[in-house]
Design a protein around this ligand. Sequence first.
Ligand code: GDP
Ligand code: MN
Length: 432
Amino acid sequence: MNIHEYQARELLQKFGVATPRGKVASTPEEAEQVARELGDVAEPGYPPGVKRVDLVVKAQIHAGGRGKGTFTNGFKGGVHVCKSPSEARELAAKMLGQTLVTHQTGPAGRVVNKVLVAESADIAREIYFAILLDRASAAPLIVASTEGGVEIETVAANSPEKIIRERVDPLAGLQAFQTRKLAKQLKFELPQSKAVAKLFDGLYRAFIACDCSMVEVNPLVVTTKGEVLALDAKFNFDDNALYRHPEIAAMRDIAEEDPREVEASKHGLNYIGLDGNIACLVNGAGLAMATMDIIKFYGGSPANFLDVGGGATEEQVTEAFKILIADKNVKAILVNIFGGIMRCDVIAQGIINAMKTVHLPVPLVVRLEGTNVDAGKKLIAESGLAVIAADDLADAAQKAVKAASSKSQTPNPKQYSANPKIQNPSSKQYSK
Ligand code: GDP
Ligand code: MN
């Protein structure tokens, strides 16, 4: 799971990591209001009554590269510095509701629903600092560079020697000598060492306490006054540990996620959307991979895979079908189940029930193997449903590829869609 920058800043503050003041806004008026509140705190050195603060307006999407991004309306940049609340309002108006394309969003971009309005930092230099879980050393790894900022990818590609790596012993935690070493390598000055130690320590504690797979601060800045601040922060959380962190799970923004994946997770199903045309309903990630490989092998292309897991119920299987056919690219469905803990007859009953409530506009290929396979096959055979039965993985894949490429697809007129939310529009003619 990912969170927005404004949420990352809130989280970091809880761990004592210094970030600039700011607040999120969803409308241009709100952005102006936030900017006013920020300006109400007079900058030191200004006479009483004179309020001045530089501001920054930042598009909030679950992707980096905003600074160098472009909106589809032509407006350049998802990060803008400005001087007054009215300018903040104008900038927010240009970003909110618009689609921002960055090198991380793909060409489709992301719609900006919120902006962060914050006090702008007067940047002297930008540093890259990240903590991630390194598989090779089976430990947290700090990756840092003096060359932080929007060009970090280029630095990593062209001057890999400028990337510093420091492994942290997971039992001992981040040690003071490591912090001192990093501070020196990152060219911090002696008076900054206390602030730097506090910041690194806070980041490391956040990484561990929140079960992160990555915390990335880019840029970590030194201001012209010598302060050290985390300016942009990105968190990745281990989804399997989210149950331990309800307060983090509550930060989830489903507007940033694939609606099909959101629907699937509501029903305890794992769904991954892809861009082919054969939907795959499988149990277990290993079988999912094998199924996709063999579809590719026979010249087809998977539209997704939906893993019903080891203990799916009939209801879950029904929901799974609804999600699969909601994708208009799907031209055939391949059910590939190896019954272990999951029984084939439960899957079969789920398929039959699903067919009663969901109009299936595409051919369905079913391959069952394992526990209660005979009972499962019998249920399907006796149901009278138009199911293409397959014997093994290769047979199933070939049949699915063929079904997906054949043009004449005759839906069963007796079936109708019971779920108006995700029904196929073409099924309306069959509604009762
Ligand atoms: P990203 O492009 O999505 O990673 O967004 P960042 O928040 O990292 O911003 C990109 C760049 O904009 C940074 O590297 C900074 O150079 C600049 N920037 C971001 N925030 C501020 C700010 O508060 N003040 C100033 N002057 N520049 C900023
Ligand atoms: Mn950044």
